[in-house]
Design a protein around this ligand. Structure first.
Ligand code: ADP
Ligand code: MG
Length: 437
């Protein structure tokens, strides 16, 4: 461990594990072996997909929940409850509608037994700092989303925290408002106007991480774990169009989409390898066909750089990843080097009529999605060629959370229906073979 004298460690997480009990018994591991360190003076990004356990990790750091194993330390002390000196900003603003801006902000100080005139003064300062001067007596419903999140920031800053934890604080805001808030926050930080030692920013937005952070930690899914650290050596203020900025965004895209091949040793793919317990993203057959068509046509002609493609298709990174990986899973495309490229099959799919597309889809589904083949096998073997949804849900819940099991099953059912491999009766929650022979 390289510990230098001049940079103090603010937060240290070592071997943290978190498992939640399952309703059906047993447990589900959400975080495994999480290691990370935050030093004084830095903004660190934790970049991972939805459901990877980022919020759970933040709640452990904030002392709101306990880790199942490992430890988290704040300024050297084990975290075993809400620590004075750590504040958090949430994705949704969590303001009390019946309290004014001032009262909402002052609420942050409630736990700290501070004399009321001092509390009042500090709340006004915090409100000023976030640019809400003049709105002290407004109620949340009178504020725009951006202003409400400013109140969220003020409520965190009013305690004069050493460490600020931010859980996707800009993701509920529209694009322009989010960017203004990011810039304002970075200005406050670089001007030293927030007496904060370091910031941990949780996000699933690659560009946001590159814009704001000194270092980015890539977080894997299922279970969540830090799998890579990426320093961001780009001068501030940063420009999204700077070639260095673009290059880094591209290379992170690449690392996040390619764990299966390029980093097999250290990373787990978003889909766990191989069996019926492979997580399937919630991706509709329409968006699968849509992406194939877009890729096949001009200006891409079968190949595209992921970041501009996301922009062109008005999609979030998360959504494009999910669809892109589904194409990869079904062998309609390959993702490599931050690019997505249609395979020969993918190109053919784009040019076929709906009937042939269904056949091609069925073939890919049964060849490359083990769960689809498994469901078909079970239905084939049963005399009535029917099986209840719950039968498969229970089977999957041995390997994944109830939520993931439902999502995975929903996806495979939708895909199977489209391919006319099996049918599903919503009312009876019953799967059956589409064309039993
Ligand atoms: P992220 O913030 O990365 O989207 P979360 O930390 O919210 O991920 O959730 C990670 C996983 O942990 C999810 O599958 C979620 O259902 C599960 N989870 C989170 N909190 C609980 C809880 N209190 N009980 C059971 N499961 C939970
Ligand atoms: Mg979260």
């Amino acid at each position: 461990m390289a510990s230098t004298i001049e940079t103090k460690t603010v937060l240290q997480v070592e071997g943290v594990r978190k498992a939640f009990p399952r309703p059906s018994g047993g447990e589900m591991t959400v975080l495994e072996n999480v290691d990370m360190t935050l030093k004084e003076g830095e903004i660190v990004g934790l970049l991972g997909r939805s459901g990877s356990g980022k919020s759970t990790l933040l709640r452990i750091m904030a002392g709101l929940i306990e880790a199942t194993g490992g430890k988290a330390r704040f300024l050297g002390e084990p975290i075993d409850g809400p620590a004075e000196g750590i504040a958090m900003v949430f994705q949704t603003f969590a303001l009390f509608p019946w309290l004014t801006v001032l009262q909402n902000v002052q609420l942050g100080l409630d736990a700290l037994q501070i004399a009321s005139d001092e509390a009042h003064k500090r709340a006004l300062e915090a409100i000023d700092l976030v640019g809400l001067d003049g709105f002290e007596s407004a109620y949340p419903k009178e504020l725009s989303g951006g202003m409400r999140q400013r109140v969220g920031f003020a409520r965190a800053l009013v305690v004069h925290p050493d460490l600020l934890l931010m859980d996707e604080p800009f993701s509920a805001l529209d694009v322009l408002t989010a960017e203004t808030l990011r810039t304002d926050l970075l200005d406050l930080w670089s001007e030293g106007r927030m007496p904060i030692k370091s910031i941990l920013l949780v996000t699933h937005n690659i560009e946001e991480a590159v814009l704001m952070c000194d270092r980015i930690l890539l977080f894997s899914s299922n279970p969540g774990r830090v799998i890579a650290e990426i320093p961001v050596d780009i001068q501030r203020p940063r420009n999204r169009l700077d070639p260095k900025f673009r290059w880094l965004v591209d290379s992170i895209y690449e690392r996040m989409t390619m764990p299966a091949r390029a980093h097999a040793a250290e990373a787990r793919p978003a889909f766990s390898a191989g069996g019926i317990d492979m997580l399937l993203p919630r991706v509709s057959t329409n968006s699968i066909a849509g992406l194939i068509e877009a890729l096949a046509g001009a200006p891409y002609h079968g190949r595209a750089d992921l970041p501009p493609l996301a922009e062109h298709m008005h999609m979030s990174t998360d959504a494009l990843f999910s669809i892109g990986e589904t194409l990869q899973l079904l062998r309609f495309a390959e993702i490599e080097g931050g690019d997505i490229r249609l395979t020969e099959t993918g190109m053919r799919f784009a040019n076929e009529d709906p009937h042939v597309r269904k056949q091609m889809f069925a073939e890919s589904l049964l060849s490359y999605v083990p769960l689809a083949a498994h469901i078909k096998r079970v239905l084939d073997e049963r005399p009535a060629h029917r099986a209840p949804y719950a039968r498969f849900a229970e089977e999957l819940e041995d390997a994944m959370s109830e939520e993931w099991a439902e999502q995975t099953l929903r996806s495979v059912i939708n895909w199977g229906r489209f391919a006319e491999v099996f049918a599903y009766d919503e009312n009876q929650a019953m799967l059956s073979l589409d064309n039993p022979v």
